[in-house]
Design a protein around this ligand. Structure first.
Ligand SMILES: [Zn+2]
Length: 147
């Protein structure tokens, strides 16, 4: 028996697009892990970073081009324009708040657009690695006697 699928509006379709655990996020995690960088996934940090390095205090977010309003790829939906405009505004305000909260707590925030992962995954991995090693260097300089 085949159930007829109800037709979804464009905005309903987009609302169904999951904003977490996308293929590109998973690709970044795999690549970062292969680099020998050991991260944590489920942290109780503001904004729930996609990847977190508690030792180095680096939090990495992968921002979807649509959900976070990428300047290169965000397209305004025509239907329910007001709803989507308000939603984007809320998302961007939340991103800023999360960045501030993490900064205050001593975390370095790395934000990567989803399209950057698609375009050049290795460059994104290098950015993460640089951030982590920079922070590790700072911490060991600041706390020379800690092992
Ligand atoms: Zn983009």
């Amino acid at each position: 028996m085949e159930r007829r699928r109800a037709k979804l509006s464009k905005s309903e379709q987009m609302a169904r697009v999951r904003s977490k655990n996308t293929d590109s996020e998973l690709a970044l995690r795999r690549a970062v892990w292969k680099e020998g960088l050991r991260y944590r996934l489920h942290t109780r940090l503001p904004g729930t970073p996609d990847i977190a390095f508690p030792g180095a205090r680096v939090a990495v977010f992968v921002d979807g081009c649509f959900w976070h309003g990428c300047p290169e790829h965000y397209t305004r939906p025509v239907r329910n324009a007001e709803f989507w405009r308000a939603k984007l505004k809320r998302n961007q305000a939340r991103d800023k708040r999360v960045d501030r909260e993490l900064d205050v707590a001593g975390w370095l925030v790395v934000r990567i657009w989803e399209h950057e992962l698609r375009d050049d995954l290795n460059a994104c991995v290098r950015r993460v690695r640089r951030a982590v090693s920079r922070r590790r260097g700072q911490r060991s300089r600041n706390q020379p006697f800690q092992t």
